[in-house]
Design a protein around this ligand. Structure first.
Ligand code: ATP
Length: 248
């Protein structure tokens, strides 16, 4: 239990287009088996933080200019996105991003592309994904583009699981989904976390739901972590209540 955290982000700065400083020294850590929430308003820098970790910034002319990112104590920020997937770090992008013209099952299988193990192991994991998302099994032959938003979100999470991740960077899974469906998806994510030991770093604007499922949370404002703590403590914090949880 005194091991290094699974994932550690140490004081990173991120700049887009050589001049736009978006992350101004962000630190966070995700322990093995943890669910950690990264909270904050639209534009606070949540997506940028996740993309810094999974090394997806380059495509957007962004770069980490300071600080370090470590997986199990080892610096990983110079690895390619594919190498990171092989090492167990995968991002589920905001907006779900399934391949619309592929079936649900074909989408899930694309998640296994970095794996070197055999067909049998991949088939087993496909069944594992279907056991968590029975809905995906029912829809396995449907073109993803014709499935619902909730099914596409499930498909995106399922596809990430097919890479056998250690940590999933989950960007705004609640986006555009009805509250009941959001709850259902979070329940499944929690189950996956508990049963498969997959750690989760969850970027969410929906503070209520995120703090219900996460054990620990960080609040980002304007590219800085302004507060962090156990989820239970954050839920009771007066500022968090006022600015992030609404006045319910
Ligand atoms: P959202 O909920 O919209 O995803 P966020 O907290 O994830 O918000 P980011 O998407 O990380 O925020 O954006 C943080 C800041 O960086 C914003 O001010 C945004 O305009 C800026 N930004 C994001 N991507 C780029 C880019 N490719 N080039 C320049 N600026 C960018």
């Amino acid at each position: 239990a005194t091991d290094k955290p699974l994932l550690a982000v140490n004081n990173i700065e991120v700049i887009y287009d050589h001049v736009i400083l978006v992350l101004k020294g962000v630190s966070l850590s995700v322990s093995k088996g943890g669910i950690v929430a990264l909270l904050g308003a639209n534009g606070a820098g949540k997506t940028t933080t996740l993309k810094a970790i999974s090394n997806l910034l380059r495509a957007e002319r962004g770069e980490v200019t300071k600080g370090s990112i470590e997986l199990e104590g080892e610096r990983v920020q110079d690895l390619t996105p594919n190498d990171l997937v092989r090492r167990g770090v995968i991002q589920v992008m905001e907006g779900r991003h399934c391949f619309e013209h592929l079936t649900i099952e074909e989408n899930l299988m694309t998640g296994a592309y970095t794996r070197g193990d055999g067909r049998a192991a991949i088939e087993r994991d496909l069944e594992m994904v279907y056991s968590y998302f029975p809905r995906l099994k029912e829809r396995r032959g449907s073109q993803a583009g014709y499935t619902s938003g909730g099914e596409q979100q499930m498909c995106a999470i399922g596809r990430a699981l097919m890479s056998r991740p250690k940590v999933v960077l989950l960007d705004e899974p609640s986006m555009g989904l009805a509250p009941q469906l959001v709850e259902q998806i979070f329940e499944i994510v929690k189950q996956i976390n508990e049963e498969e030991g997959v750690s989760i770093l969850l970027a969410e604007q929906n503070t209520n739901i995120a703090l219900k499922y996460a054990r620990y949370g960080y609040i980002l404002e304007n590219g800085r972590v302004v507060m962090d703590g156990e989820a239970a403590a954050l839920r009771e914090n007066e500022d968090v209540k006022e600015f992030y949880l609404g006045l319910s």
